[in-house]
Design a binder for this molecule. Structure first.
Ligand code: ASP
Length: 612
């Protein structure tokens, strides 16, 4: 299979088996790859001093580290004696170089089997060491701002980011970035396999509507005018379909000025794709193939990707990004309580979740869950427990329930039942969030479970001016069947939009696009985007549609998120070489930084006086 081919090739490249191998002018081998098969070979290695341990008066064990790992070198630390003199030394006696932690050195020596009892089974190179070493210091180093050895206490993240070049030497970062490169390469291979063409789109452009704020770049040549950085290449990939590219992809950088979270950065990378003459099904197949190839490059088999409609996802998991690694699905109880005498359950919807083993939770915890449910918007949270011994129901609300209601309740011995009664969307949302709070496994547990969520609504609410709001972006095609009279019941219109969800993270989204000018204009009108505004903002796209636009559909998924999940990292910053902090700053370069007033004038800008 192509995916295996891609993997195998990348692995060989990482092992130095590519056409250029791993030897360079300064080294013959890499530190972490030496094994018993290399015994008696003369090697030259380059790297950083990871650790130094004294061994008697004149010898030290130096662990030499490069990106492949560590090897032990036995290095002379005292003065050379006559017979150990280096011939190139012009007969002078030389001192052994001073070798300290994080110095960059070059070591030439012989690979030897370690003496019995000194082998280290935890180390890939643990059977061997380098002896008879000649050492050259290539670069000295001041004391590191934090220990590179990850076995110590966790280092503050701002300090790590300030000295990211030191942090990148750590195993974890090396592993993550190499995994990321493999994933990118697998994605490229998978897209090329399917006939997608890699096309670069501009970074300096007009605004793209993805629902976030734009980053603006002032133009020096047109003072007072601005470029926007792309929130995505959405408009250009659609234009490239009109341009007959047929299948486009790009590993694209996107910039969105929005609030940051653990799974969000101001700039991020996504696989962006678009195809002509294709249906939703074609896109799901093509993207599924690429995601499976990416997972397989990381050693995971993603298997078939399950499908849920948006409605099913809401009803069963209370979320449009369901984490299907665990059960605890929402249980429908509305019919059971249709004629209830219990006031709190007299509501349009009543649903529950059953928390296995939750009957042992104390009053403090159930009170805390009630507060949490309220913070999610619920009026309250009702609960019952099933005794661990015989499953009998217990709890303060039991006395309000009829015999029939009690008999109809779900759950097993030892469960805690949590109930929410309200309008349906709120019930789903609150129980969905409680489900995550109580059941969600850590990111690196429970395997990888991807789901396609399909049939999203076209609009996900009505704004203060009474206008529907796009659930995706305004170029998303409604279901053909919902086109008739869609203006009269906007919230009932389904769209041909779909999301890919992995372990409860929204990995990406896409849609079949509107390629007809008349439908596009109807949707703009519903969104309150008038003809003049549409013309001003997206006139070029609407114009393009006049000149023969093929039906097209596309998708984009976040590579930072995907790699984080494949690497088992909670935070995408761990898989980005030079990320920004949670507050959008870069402690390494000091960005963002003020600009001198005279420089701003070049762009026709003048700073406002500071707020008083
Ligand atoms: N442009 C969308 C995004 O970046 C994806 C798509 O609809 O293709 O989220």
């Amino acid at each position: 299979m192509a995916e295996d081919g891609i993997d195998g090739r990348d692995q060989r490249r990482e092992d130095g088996g590519g056409p250029l191998g791993s030897a360079t002018a300064l080294r013959s081998d890499r530190c972490g790859t030496l094994t018993a098969a290399d015994i008696d070979r003369q090697v030259t290695l380059c790297g950083w001093v990871a650790r130094r341990r004294e061994h008697g008066e004149k010898l030290a064990f130096v662990d030499l580290r490069d990106h492949t790992g560590v090897v032990q070198c036995v290095i002379r630390t005292g003065p050379w004696t006559v017979d150990q003199r280096d011939d190139s030394d012009d007969g002078q006696f030389s001192e052994a170089p001073d070798v300290r932690t994080e110095f960059v050195i070059r070591v030439a020596g012989t690979v030897r089997r370690r003496r019995q009892g000194t082998t280290n089974p935890d180390l890939a190179t643990g059977e061997v060491e380098i002896v008879d070493c000649t050492v050259e210091v290539l670069s000295t180093a001041e004391t590191s701002p934090f220990p590179i050895d990850e076995r110590g206490p966790a280092t503050d993240e701002t300090l790590r980011l300030k000295h990211r070049y030191v942090d990148l030497r750590r195993d974890r970062m090396q592993r993550n970035l190499r995994l990321r490169a493999r994933v990118n390469s697998a994605i490229r291979g998978a897209m090329a396999d399917q006939g997608f063409l890699e096309v670069e789109t501009p970074m300096l452009m007009a605004s793209t509507p993805e629902g976030a704020r734009d980053f603006l770049v002032p133009s020096r040549l047109r003072p007072g005018s601005f470029y926007a950085l792309p929130q995505s290449p959405q408009l250009f990939k659609q234009l490239s379909m009109v341009g007959g590219i047929d299948r486009y992809y790009q590993i694209a950088r996107c910039m969105r000025d929005e609030d940051l979270r653990a799974d969000r950065q101001l700039e991020f990378t996504q696989l962006d794709a678009e195809m002509s003459f294709g249906s939703q099904e074609d896109v799901l197949q093509a993207i599924g193939y690429a995601v499976r190839a990416a997972a397989s490059a990381a050693g995971h088999d993603l298997g078939e990707i399950e499908r849920l409609t948006w409605q099913q996802a809401q009803e069963r998991f209370g979320s449009d990004k369901p984490d299907v690694r665990f059960g605890m699905e929402l249980i429908e109880l509305t019919p059971l309580f249709a004629a209830t005498g219990f006031n709190a359950f007299k509501a349009p919807s009543v649903k529950a979740i059953a928390v296995a083993g939750g009957a042992s939770l104390g009053r403090g915890r159930t009170d805390a869950l009630t507060d949490l449910a309220k913070s999610f918007g619920a009026k309250g949270l009702a609960w019952l427990k099933r005794s661990a011994a015989d499953g009998a129901l217990e709890g303060p609300i039991l006395k309000f329930l009829s015999e029939e209601e009690r008999v109809g309740l779900p759950g097993e011995a030892g469960d805690l039942l949590l109930f929410v009664a309200d309008e349906r969307p709120l019930v789903n949302k609150v129980l969905g969030l409680l489900r995550l709070e109580l059941g969600r496994p850590p990111v690196n547990e429970g395997g990888l479970h991807a789901v396609w969520v399909v049939d999203f609504p076209l609009f996900d609410g009505i704004d203060d001016a009474g206008r529907p709001m796009s659930a995706h972006h305004p170029f998303t095609m409604p279901h053909e069947a919902d086109l008739d009279g869609m203006e009269d019941h906007p919230l009932k219109v389904h769209s041909q939009a779909y999301d890919l969800v992995l372990n409860g993270w929204e990995l990406g989204s896409g849609s079949v696009r509107i390629h007809r000018r008349d439908i596009q204009q109807r949707v703009f009108r519903m969104l309150g985007i008038g003809l003049a505004e549409a013309e001003q903002k997206f006139g070029f796209l609407l114009d393009a549609f006049r000149y023969g636009a093929p039906p097209h559909a596309g998708f984009a998924f976040g590579i930072d998120r995907l790699v984080a999940l494949l690497a088992g990292e909670e935070n995408i910053r761990e898989v980005i070489a030079f990320p920004k902090t949670q507050s959008g700053t870069d402690p390494l370069t000091g960005a963002p930084a003020p600009v001198a007033a005279r420089d701003l004038e070049l762009y026709g800008l003048r700073p406002l006086p500071p707020p008083t």
